[in-house]
Design a protein around this ligand. Structure first.
Ligand code: NAP
Length: 493
């Protein structure tokens, strides 16, 4: 029996849309895109907190084949990213494939029919190929602080912003000081009467070279696309120096890492005169152990009289406030959670996936090591492209990863067509070699050579392995995606 669809993609964010664009270019048009939210755009649909903006320059944080000459700023606000996602969906005719408000429970491989059966509540759909694009940062993490459920005021997680809730005059607390909090805190501080920020681990912050893009430059980008391509190249090279050289090649280029750390320290010194406050805001782990961020208004916010940085750990939440380990209570009426996402327990994979011989991907990853060939395919899981896999994230801009994966899909599906085959499965040998290569190369990274023990970084999994980022340059990743040995896969007609 022919399956209902040639391909089912789970997730209508930029990753899922990139995969859909690639499949359509390859002539696969009978596809279904399932999305649990009520609209497309992934992160940029879900997140609407004040201050939301991309923190990778927009010339780079976009598809290279679909440049937008009209970004309003070097770092576009979140709403512009959502509009860009809508534009891409329209231009590449993706909307008609999408089904919103559809929570996928799981998928099972059937070896007889060589198809996947995807479970959506009581409904089932069958497909030849399954592509999961469920994101890395899509399962919000609620802090397990005693008493939090008893809080009588308003609680808002950064991924579920309540636009109708006014902040003016509130006594608010923010828990968390990651990249989200760095954007959120200055905006909240502008409105509330009192703000206490609960910091467990400080974050490295470097200056953000932001600004409006003048209409003249927008016109230049629109009329001379090469100019925007050059801007993208320059920005990508800077990110590459920071992330790939400074973090992944720490052994060979420690000086780059130290340079970035010095830049962040200088930024803090320039913005915060009080040495005690500076000490509290200075991380004690190496730059790059956890994702650094960029901001010009985060540090100065803490110098305002109504903003307080609390570094004593939280003991419990009471109906009207937060009590720290030293017994002090801060009374609040608004609790803002910038507590991030759960990658390693509820993601990887985000849905239940059962492959050949009943192998459960989530269980297998947890019982063995987290692994995926080239960050996309896994033995025992035929016809599955798992885009948010261990060792898949390459570079700092997510689009670097998305476009490398699009190239991998193109090469793999091209070979299927050449052979007249319909089934692929990565070989155990190729998978093992890739994992070995990543393990050896990551031995040069700051994750293992730097001081990361106090970083509490989501780059590390529950076994202490830095299994998220792909070791190597983004150019190397792209080259490999377009040239991996075709014999790394087994094919069946
Ligand atoms: P995050 O980096 O994981 O930060 C979560 C924060 O919450 C951390 O400071 C964490 O402290 C704290 N926290 C969590 N549970 C806690 C608890 N029980 N008690 C006290 N503190 C607790 O999450 P995020 O800030 O949402 O950022 C996630 C990622 O999203 C970023 O790294 C970035 O990749 C992406 N992001 C991107 C942009 C952009 O513009 N492109 C903007 C925002 C976010 P510990 O560190 O001590 O655990």
């Amino acid at each position: 029996m022919a399956p209902q669809y040639d391909a089912v993609i789970v997730g209508a964010g930029f990753g899922g849309m990139g995969a859909a664009i690639q499949l359509k270019r390859l002539g696969v048009d009978n596809l279904l895109i399932l999305e649990r939210e009520d609209d497309l755009g992934g992160t940029w649909h879900v997140n609407r907190y004040p201050g939301l903006a991309v923190d990778i320059a927009s010339v780079t944080y976009s598809y290279s084949f679909e440049p937008n000459p009209y970004w309003s700023r070097l770092f576009a606000p979140g709403a512009e990213l959502k509009r860009y996602a809508d534009h891409v969906a329209d231009k590449y005719d993706l909307r008609r494939h999408m089904r919103f408000g559809t929570v996928v429970d799981g998928a099972v491989w059937d070896d007889e029919t060589r198809t996947w059966t995807v479970r959506i509540g009581a409904e089932q759909v069958t497909t030849r190929y399954l592509l999961t694009a469920t994101g890395f940062l899509s399962q919000p993490k609620m802090p397990d602080i005693p008493g939090i459920d008893s809080f009588a005021g308003k609680v808002i997680h950064s991924t579920a912003w309540d636009d109708d809730y006014g902040l003016t005059g509130r006594r608010a607390a923010v828990i968390g000081t990651g990249a989200t909090a760095v954007q959120l805190i200055p905006e909240v501080a502008r409105k509330v009467a009192e703000l206490t920020v609960y910091q467990r681990t400080p974050i490295w912050v470097t200056p953000k070279l932001d600004g409006r893009i003048p209409p003249l430059v927008q016109r230049l980008f629109a009329t001379v696309p090469l100019a925007q391509r050059l801007a993208r190249l320059v920005n990508t090279a800077m990110l590459e120096a920071l992330m790939v050289v400074g973090v992944l090649h720490y052994r060979q280029a420690r000086a780059t890492n130290r340079g970035a750390e010095r830049l962040a320290r200088k930024h803090l010194r320039r913005q915060v005169p009080d040495p005690e406050l500076r000490r509290k805001l200075t991380p004690d782990y190496s730059f790059g152990c956890k994702r650094p961020t960029f901001s010009n208004d985060y540090f100065p916010t803490f110098t305002k009289p109504h903003v307080h940085l609390e570094t004593t750990s939280i003991e419990r939440v009471e109906p009207d406030g937060i009590v720290t380990a030293d017994g002090r209570k801060t009374e609040i009426d608004t609790l803002l959670l910038a507590t991030g996402f759960d990658l390693w327990n509820t993601n990887f994979p985000a849905i239940e996936i059962i492959g050949r011989e009943g192998r459960d991907l989530g269980k297998w990853w947890r019982d063995n090591r987290f692994q995926a060939y080239e960050g996309v395919t896994i033995p025992y899981f035929p016809n599955l492209i798992c885009l948010n896999s261990p060792y898949s994230y390459s570079g700092l801009s997510y689009f670097t990863t998305i476009e490398a994966q699009m190239k991998h899909i193109k090469r793999l599906f091209g070979e299927l067509r050449r052979r007249g085959a319909t089934t692929f499965e990565v070989t155990q040998r190729a998978n093992d070699e890739f994992l070995d290569r990543m393990t050896v190369k990551l031995g040069d990274s700051v994750f293992y050579l730097g001081d990361c023990s106090t970083a509490r970084s989501y780059y590390f999994n529950q076994h202490g392995e830095a299994a998220l980022l792909r070791a190597g340059s983004t150019i190397g990743t792209h080259r490999r995606a377009a040239s991996f040995p075709l014999s790394d896969y087994a094919y069946q007609p």
